[in-house]
Design a protein around this ligand. Structure first.
Ligand code: GTP
Ligand code: MG
Length: 368
Protein backbone atom coordinates (compact mmCIF):
# COMPACT_ATOMS: atom_id res chain seq x y z
CA UNK A 1 0.00 0.00 0.00
CA UNK A 2 0.90 3.69 0.11
CA UNK A 3 3.03 4.64 3.13
CA UNK A 4 4.79 7.69 4.44
CA UNK A 5 7.65 7.99 6.92
CA UNK A 6 6.67 9.83 10.13
CA UNK A 7 9.48 12.41 9.89
CA UNK A 8 8.49 13.22 6.30
CA UNK A 9 4.83 13.66 7.23
CA UNK A 10 5.82 15.86 10.19
CA UNK A 11 7.78 18.11 7.88
CA UNK A 12 4.86 18.38 5.44
CA UNK A 13 2.40 19.15 8.28
CA UNK A 14 4.74 21.59 10.00
CA UNK A 15 4.43 19.66 13.29
CA UNK A 16 7.29 18.22 15.37
CA UNK A 17 7.87 14.53 14.74
CA UNK A 18 7.96 13.76 18.50
CA UNK A 19 4.58 15.44 18.79
CA UNK A 20 3.20 13.21 16.00
CA UNK A 21 4.58 10.10 17.70
CA UNK A 22 2.74 10.95 20.91
CA UNK A 23 -0.48 11.53 19.04
CA UNK A 24 -0.04 8.25 17.19
CA UNK A 25 0.41 6.43 20.48
CA UNK A 26 -2.91 7.86 21.71
CA UNK A 27 -4.41 6.48 18.51
CA UNK A 28 -2.92 3.10 19.38
CA UNK A 29 -0.22 3.20 16.68
CA UNK A 30 3.36 2.63 17.75
CA UNK A 31 5.81 4.21 15.31
CA UNK A 32 9.26 5.76 15.51
CA UNK A 33 10.51 8.77 13.54
CA UNK A 34 11.93 6.67 10.74
CA UNK A 35 9.03 4.26 10.46
CA UNK A 36 6.33 4.50 7.86
CA UNK A 37 2.59 4.68 8.58
CA UNK A 38 -0.11 3.86 6.07
CA UNK A 39 -2.18 6.40 4.16
CA UNK A 40 -5.38 5.91 6.23
CA UNK A 41 -3.51 6.57 9.49
CA UNK A 42 -1.86 9.66 7.97
CA UNK A 43 -5.30 11.01 6.98
CA UNK A 44 -6.69 10.43 10.51
CA UNK A 45 -3.60 12.00 12.07
CA UNK A 46 -4.01 15.09 9.87
CA UNK A 47 -7.61 15.35 11.04
CA UNK A 48 -6.38 15.61 14.64
CA UNK A 49 -4.62 18.85 13.66
CA UNK A 50 -7.31 20.15 11.34
CA UNK A 51 -5.06 19.44 8.37
CA UNK A 52 -6.47 17.71 5.31
CA UNK A 53 -4.06 14.99 4.20
CA UNK A 54 -4.58 14.00 0.60
CA UNK A 55 -3.29 10.69 -0.71
CA UNK A 56 -1.67 10.93 -4.10
CA UNK A 57 -0.74 7.78 -5.93
CA UNK A 58 2.62 8.28 -7.60
CA UNK A 59 2.83 7.43 -11.27
CA UNK A 60 5.89 6.81 -13.40
CA UNK A 61 5.64 10.36 -14.71
CA UNK A 62 6.05 11.68 -11.15
CA UNK A 63 9.08 9.49 -10.57
CA UNK A 64 10.92 9.82 -13.86
CA UNK A 65 11.25 13.46 -14.82
CA UNK A 66 10.27 14.18 -18.41
CA UNK A 67 12.85 16.17 -20.29
CA UNK A 68 12.13 17.39 -23.79
CA UNK A 69 15.36 17.60 -25.75
CA UNK A 70 16.12 21.09 -26.99
CA UNK A 71 17.35 21.63 -30.54
CA UNK A 72 20.79 22.83 -29.34
CA UNK A 73 21.26 19.67 -27.26
CA UNK A 74 21.02 17.39 -30.31
CA UNK A 75 23.93 15.88 -32.20
CA UNK A 76 23.83 13.51 -35.16
CA UNK A 77 23.94 9.81 -34.38
CA UNK A 78 24.92 6.72 -36.40
CA UNK A 79 22.16 4.89 -38.31
CA UNK A 80 20.91 1.51 -37.08
CA UNK A 81 20.59 -0.92 -39.95
CA UNK A 82 18.91 -4.32 -40.43
CA UNK A 83 19.48 -6.62 -43.39
CA UNK A 84 16.39 -8.39 -44.75
CA UNK A 85 15.54 -10.48 -47.77
CA UNK A 86 14.40 -13.83 -49.13
CA UNK A 87 16.00 -17.15 -48.14
CA UNK A 88 19.40 -17.74 -49.77
CA UNK A 89 19.56 -14.30 -51.36
CA UNK A 90 22.78 -13.60 -49.46
CA UNK A 91 21.99 -11.79 -46.16
CA UNK A 92 24.53 -13.71 -44.10
CA UNK A 93 27.16 -13.46 -46.86
CA UNK A 94 26.65 -9.70 -46.99
CA UNK A 95 26.90 -9.27 -43.21
CA UNK A 96 30.06 -11.40 -43.17
CA UNK A 97 31.51 -9.29 -45.95
CA UNK A 98 30.64 -6.06 -44.15
CA UNK A 99 32.34 -7.32 -41.00
CA UNK A 100 35.44 -8.11 -43.06
CA UNK A 101 35.27 -4.63 -44.55
CA UNK A 102 35.35 -3.30 -40.99
CA UNK A 103 38.38 -5.48 -40.31
CA UNK A 104 40.06 -4.15 -43.44
CA UNK A 105 39.42 -0.62 -42.18
CA UNK A 106 41.90 -1.20 -39.39
CA UNK A 107 40.45 -3.49 -36.73
CA UNK A 108 43.29 -5.46 -35.20
CA UNK A 109 43.03 -9.23 -35.37
CA UNK A 110 39.51 -9.49 -36.75
CA UNK A 111 36.24 -9.27 -34.90
CA UNK A 112 34.77 -11.91 -32.67
CA UNK A 113 31.22 -10.85 -32.27
CA UNK A 114 29.77 -11.27 -28.79
CA UNK A 115 26.36 -9.67 -29.12
CA UNK A 116 23.62 -9.53 -31.75
CA UNK A 117 24.75 -6.20 -33.06
CA UNK A 118 27.95 -4.54 -34.12
CA UNK A 119 29.41 -1.27 -35.27
CA UNK A 120 31.17 -0.65 -38.56
CA UNK A 121 33.47 2.36 -38.39
CA UNK A 122 34.44 3.93 -41.69
CA UNK A 123 36.19 7.16 -42.60
CA UNK A 124 32.88 8.80 -43.48
CA UNK A 125 31.03 7.61 -40.39
CA UNK A 126 29.82 4.77 -38.20
CA UNK A 127 26.97 2.32 -38.89
CA UNK A 128 25.35 0.03 -36.30
CA UNK A 129 24.17 -3.30 -37.70
CA UNK A 130 21.56 -5.41 -35.97
CA UNK A 131 22.49 -9.00 -36.59
CA UNK A 132 19.35 -10.64 -35.27
CA UNK A 133 17.63 -12.16 -38.31
CA UNK A 134 15.89 -9.25 -39.96
CA UNK A 135 12.35 -10.56 -39.77
CA UNK A 136 12.70 -11.57 -36.15
CA UNK A 137 13.93 -8.14 -35.15
CA UNK A 138 10.91 -6.65 -36.85
CA UNK A 139 8.17 -9.00 -35.77
CA UNK A 140 9.09 -9.55 -32.12
CA UNK A 141 10.38 -6.07 -31.35
CA UNK A 142 7.74 -4.25 -33.36
CA UNK A 143 4.96 -6.32 -31.81
CA UNK A 144 6.14 -4.92 -28.50
CA UNK A 145 6.04 -1.37 -29.80
CA UNK A 146 9.78 -0.95 -30.06
CA UNK A 147 11.20 0.47 -33.23
CA UNK A 148 14.91 -0.09 -33.41
CA UNK A 149 15.87 0.24 -37.05
CA UNK A 150 16.45 3.38 -39.11
CA UNK A 151 17.35 1.72 -42.40
CA UNK A 152 16.63 -1.69 -43.95
CA UNK A 153 18.99 -3.11 -46.55
CA UNK A 154 16.80 -5.31 -48.74
CA UNK A 155 18.90 -8.03 -50.36
CA UNK A 156 17.51 -9.38 -53.65
CA UNK A 157 19.39 -12.01 -55.65
CA UNK A 158 19.86 -10.89 -59.26
CA UNK A 159 19.30 -14.43 -60.54
CA UNK A 160 16.13 -15.08 -58.53
CA UNK A 161 14.31 -11.76 -58.26
CA UNK A 162 11.45 -10.72 -55.98
CA UNK A 163 10.22 -13.60 -53.80
CA UNK A 164 7.62 -13.92 -50.98
CA UNK A 165 10.00 -12.82 -48.21
CA UNK A 166 11.17 -9.91 -50.35
CA UNK A 167 7.58 -8.65 -50.43
CA UNK A 168 7.21 -9.27 -46.70
CA UNK A 169 10.32 -7.20 -46.00
CA UNK A 170 8.97 -4.34 -48.14
CA UNK A 171 5.67 -4.43 -46.19
CA UNK A 172 7.48 -4.50 -42.82
CA UNK A 173 9.69 -1.56 -43.74
CA UNK A 174 6.76 0.47 -45.09
CA UNK A 175 4.60 -0.26 -42.03
CA UNK A 176 7.42 0.82 -39.72
CA UNK A 177 8.21 3.90 -41.79
CA UNK A 178 11.79 2.75 -42.18
CA UNK A 179 14.02 3.75 -45.10
CA UNK A 180 14.75 0.98 -47.58
CA UNK A 181 17.94 0.58 -49.59
CA UNK A 182 18.01 -2.18 -52.19
CA UNK A 183 21.11 -4.34 -52.62
CA UNK A 184 20.87 -6.37 -55.82
CA UNK A 185 23.18 -9.26 -54.94
CA UNK A 186 24.93 -12.02 -56.90
CA UNK A 187 25.70 -9.82 -59.90
CA UNK A 188 28.78 -12.01 -60.48
CA UNK A 189 26.52 -14.81 -61.65
CA UNK A 190 26.22 -15.51 -65.35
CA UNK A 191 22.42 -15.53 -65.25
CA UNK A 192 22.24 -12.34 -63.14
CA UNK A 193 19.54 -9.99 -64.35
CA UNK A 194 19.51 -6.74 -62.31
CA UNK A 195 17.00 -5.07 -64.63
CA UNK A 196 14.52 -7.87 -64.04
CA UNK A 197 14.85 -7.12 -60.28
CA UNK A 198 14.33 -3.38 -60.89
CA UNK A 199 11.20 -4.13 -62.90
CA UNK A 200 9.74 -6.49 -60.32
CA UNK A 201 10.45 -4.08 -57.44
CA UNK A 202 8.90 -1.21 -59.38
CA UNK A 203 5.70 -3.25 -59.51
CA UNK A 204 5.78 -3.15 -55.70
CA UNK A 205 6.30 0.59 -55.60
CA UNK A 206 10.03 0.40 -54.94
CA UNK A 207 11.48 2.43 -57.80
CA UNK A 208 15.17 3.18 -58.05
CA UNK A 209 16.49 6.74 -58.17
CA UNK A 210 17.96 6.29 -61.63
CA UNK A 211 14.47 5.33 -62.80
CA UNK A 212 13.03 8.47 -61.24
CA UNK A 213 11.98 6.89 -57.95
CA UNK A 214 12.92 7.53 -54.29
CA UNK A 215 14.95 4.44 -53.54
CA UNK A 216 18.70 3.95 -53.57
CA UNK A 217 19.79 0.78 -55.35
CA UNK A 218 23.24 -0.76 -55.32
CA UNK A 219 24.35 -3.74 -57.34
CA UNK A 220 26.73 -5.92 -55.34
CA UNK A 221 28.27 -9.33 -55.03
CA UNK A 222 28.80 -10.50 -51.48
CA UNK A 223 30.71 -13.52 -52.76
CA UNK A 224 32.96 -11.77 -55.28
CA UNK A 225 33.29 -8.74 -52.95
CA UNK A 226 31.95 -6.17 -55.42
CA UNK A 227 30.71 -2.67 -54.43
CA UNK A 228 30.24 -3.42 -50.71
CA UNK A 229 31.75 -0.07 -49.70
CA UNK A 230 29.53 1.73 -52.21
CA UNK A 231 26.54 0.15 -50.48
CA UNK A 232 27.79 1.29 -47.06
CA UNK A 233 28.31 4.80 -48.41
CA UNK A 234 24.71 4.82 -49.60
CA UNK A 235 23.63 3.89 -46.08
CA UNK A 236 25.59 6.84 -44.67
CA UNK A 237 24.09 9.12 -47.32
CA UNK A 238 20.60 7.97 -46.41
CA UNK A 239 21.39 8.57 -42.73
CA UNK A 240 22.49 12.11 -43.56
CA UNK A 241 19.18 12.74 -45.35
CA UNK A 242 17.26 11.33 -42.38
CA UNK A 243 19.11 13.76 -40.08
CA UNK A 244 19.20 11.19 -37.29
CA UNK A 245 19.79 13.01 -34.04
CA UNK A 246 19.89 12.46 -30.33
CA UNK A 247 20.75 14.17 -27.07
CA UNK A 248 24.07 12.77 -25.83
CA UNK A 249 23.90 14.53 -22.46
CA UNK A 250 20.51 13.19 -21.29
CA UNK A 251 20.11 10.29 -18.87
CA UNK A 252 20.48 7.24 -21.08
CA UNK A 253 17.58 5.30 -22.62
CA UNK A 254 17.59 2.29 -24.89
CA UNK A 255 15.85 -0.86 -26.04
CA UNK A 256 16.67 -4.42 -25.00
CA UNK A 257 17.45 -6.44 -28.13
CA UNK A 258 18.66 -9.63 -26.39
CA UNK A 259 18.79 -10.96 -22.85
CA UNK A 260 19.86 -14.09 -21.04
CA UNK A 261 20.91 -15.60 -17.74
CA UNK A 262 24.66 -16.12 -17.93
CA UNK A 263 26.31 -18.63 -15.57
CA UNK A 264 29.15 -16.23 -14.71
CA UNK A 265 27.67 -12.80 -15.31
CA UNK A 266 24.11 -13.40 -14.04
CA UNK A 267 21.29 -11.61 -15.86
CA UNK A 268 22.70 -9.76 -18.87
CA UNK A 269 21.09 -7.87 -21.72
CA UNK A 270 22.18 -6.19 -24.90
CA UNK A 271 20.74 -2.70 -25.05
CA UNK A 272 20.77 -0.36 -28.01
CA UNK A 273 21.22 3.17 -26.65
CA UNK A 274 18.94 5.63 -28.42
CA UNK A 275 19.12 8.54 -26.04
CA UNK A 276 21.83 10.01 -23.83
CA UNK A 277 25.05 8.38 -22.73
CA UNK A 278 25.15 5.34 -20.45
CA UNK A 279 27.81 5.32 -17.76
CA UNK A 280 29.14 2.63 -15.45
CA UNK A 281 27.34 2.97 -12.10
CA UNK A 282 24.11 4.38 -13.60
CA UNK A 283 20.86 3.23 -11.95
CA UNK A 284 18.13 2.04 -14.27
CA UNK A 285 14.70 0.48 -14.58
CA UNK A 286 13.69 -1.89 -17.37
CA UNK A 287 10.22 -3.47 -17.40
CA UNK A 288 9.63 -4.74 -13.86
CA UNK A 289 13.37 -5.15 -13.25
CA UNK A 290 15.86 -2.57 -12.05
CA UNK A 291 19.58 -2.39 -11.39
CA UNK A 292 22.87 -0.58 -11.57
CA UNK A 293 25.37 -0.85 -14.43
CA UNK A 294 28.12 -2.96 -12.85
CA UNK A 295 29.97 -3.60 -16.10
CA UNK A 296 29.47 -2.94 -19.80
CA UNK A 297 30.93 -4.63 -22.86
CA UNK A 298 30.99 -3.62 -26.50
CA UNK A 299 30.29 -6.06 -29.37
CA UNK A 300 33.90 -7.24 -29.25
CA UNK A 301 33.50 -8.23 -25.62
CA UNK A 302 35.80 -5.43 -24.44
CA UNK A 303 34.92 -3.70 -21.18
CA UNK A 304 33.83 -0.08 -21.67
CA UNK A 305 32.97 2.73 -19.24
CA UNK A 306 30.41 4.59 -21.32
CA UNK A 307 28.16 3.99 -24.30
CA UNK A 308 26.77 6.74 -26.51
CA UNK A 309 23.99 7.14 -29.09
CA UNK A 310 23.25 4.12 -31.35
CA UNK A 311 25.85 2.02 -29.53
CA UNK A 312 24.89 -1.59 -28.77
CA UNK A 313 26.17 -2.61 -25.33
CA UNK A 314 25.98 -5.68 -23.12
CA UNK A 315 25.13 -4.73 -19.56
CA UNK A 316 25.59 -6.53 -16.22
CA UNK A 317 23.77 -5.61 -13.03
CA UNK A 318 20.06 -6.48 -13.49
CA UNK A 319 17.75 -7.61 -10.66
CA UNK A 320 16.41 -10.21 -13.12
CA UNK A 321 16.38 -11.00 -16.84
CA UNK A 322 14.52 -8.28 -18.80
CA UNK A 323 12.51 -9.05 -21.96
CA UNK A 324 13.66 -8.10 -25.43
CA UNK A 325 11.76 -5.06 -26.58
CA UNK A 326 11.67 -3.64 -23.04
CA UNK A 327 12.54 0.01 -22.67
CA UNK A 328 15.68 0.65 -20.60
CA UNK A 329 15.67 3.97 -18.71
CA UNK A 330 18.33 5.47 -16.45
CA UNK A 331 16.91 7.06 -13.28
CA UNK A 332 18.38 9.87 -11.16
CA UNK A 333 19.00 7.46 -8.26
CA UNK A 334 18.58 3.92 -6.97
CA UNK A 335 15.43 4.67 -4.97
CA UNK A 336 13.61 5.88 -8.07
CA UNK A 337 14.64 2.81 -10.06
CA UNK A 338 13.24 0.54 -7.32
CA UNK A 339 10.05 2.58 -6.94
CA UNK A 340 9.26 2.47 -10.65
CA UNK A 341 9.97 -1.27 -10.84
CA UNK A 342 7.73 -1.84 -7.77
CA UNK A 343 4.99 0.29 -9.27
CA UNK A 344 5.08 -1.80 -12.46
CA UNK A 345 5.13 -5.08 -10.52
CA UNK A 346 2.08 -3.93 -8.53
CA UNK A 347 0.38 -2.91 -11.74
CA UNK A 348 1.14 -6.29 -13.34
CA UNK A 349 -0.14 -8.15 -10.26
CA UNK A 350 -3.38 -6.14 -10.20
CA UNK A 351 -3.93 -6.80 -13.89
CA UNK A 352 -3.27 -10.48 -13.42
CA UNK A 353 -5.68 -10.56 -10.45
CA UNK A 354 -8.37 -8.68 -12.38
CA UNK A 355 -8.08 -11.12 -15.26
CA UNK A 356 -8.31 -14.10 -12.93
CA UNK A 357 -11.33 -12.64 -11.09
CA UNK A 358 -13.05 -11.98 -14.39
CA UNK A 359 -12.55 -15.59 -15.33
CA UNK A 360 -13.87 -16.97 -12.03
CA UNK A 361 -16.92 -14.68 -12.19
CA UNK A 362 -17.62 -15.91 -15.68
CA UNK A 363 -17.31 -19.48 -14.40
CA UNK A 364 -19.76 -18.67 -11.63
CA UNK A 365 -22.36 -17.31 -14.03
CA UNK A 366 -21.94 -20.30 -16.25
CA UNK A 367 -22.71 -22.59 -13.32
CA UNK A 368 -25.80 -20.61 -12.34
P1 GTP B 1 19.16 -17.64 -45.21
O1 GTP B 1 19.87 -17.22 -43.97
O2 GTP B 1 18.99 -19.10 -45.35
O3 GTP B 1 17.88 -16.89 -45.45
O4 GTP B 1 20.12 -17.25 -46.45
P2 GTP B 1 20.97 -15.94 -46.67
O5 GTP B 1 20.12 -14.89 -47.28
O6 GTP B 1 21.70 -15.60 -45.44
O7 GTP B 1 21.98 -16.40 -47.81
P3 GTP B 1 23.50 -16.85 -47.64
O8 GTP B 1 24.36 -15.67 -47.37
O9 GTP B 1 23.58 -18.00 -46.74
O10 GTP B 1 23.79 -17.28 -49.15
C1 GTP B 1 23.10 -18.33 -49.78
C2 GTP B 1 23.96 -18.89 -50.89
O11 GTP B 1 24.21 -17.92 -51.89
C3 GTP B 1 25.34 -19.35 -50.40
O12 GTP B 1 25.69 -20.55 -51.08
C4 GTP B 1 26.25 -18.22 -50.83
O13 GTP B 1 27.58 -18.64 -51.04
C5 GTP B 1 25.60 -17.74 -52.10
N1 GTP B 1 25.88 -16.33 -52.34
C6 GTP B 1 25.70 -15.29 -51.52
N2 GTP B 1 26.06 -14.14 -52.11
C7 GTP B 1 26.49 -14.46 -53.34
C8 GTP B 1 27.00 -13.70 -54.45
O14 GTP B 1 27.17 -12.48 -54.40
N3 GTP B 1 27.31 -14.40 -55.57
C9 GTP B 1 27.18 -15.75 -55.67
N4 GTP B 1 27.51 -16.32 -56.81
N5 GTP B 1 26.71 -16.47 -54.66
C10 GTP B 1 26.36 -15.87 -53.51
MG1 MG C 1 21.51 -16.34 -43.43
Amino acid sequence: GENIVVSELAKLMGVKATELIKKLMLMGVMASVNQAIDADTAVLLGGEYGIEVKVKFLTEDDLIPVHDDKEEELTSRPPIVTVMGHVDHGKTSLLDRIRQTAVAEGEAGGITQHIGAYEVKMEKGTITFLDTPGHEAFTTLRARGASVTDVVILVVAADDGVMPQTKEAIDHAKAAGVKLIVAINKIDKENANPDMVRNQLAEHGVISEDWGGDYQFQEISAKANLHIEDLLERVLLEAELLELKGNPTALAEGIVIESKLDKQKGAVATVLINRGTLNKGDNFVVGTEFGKVRAMFNYKGASIKEAGLSVPVEIMGFSGVPQSGDRFVVTPDEKTARQVADLRSDEARKKNFAEKSAVSLADLFNKI
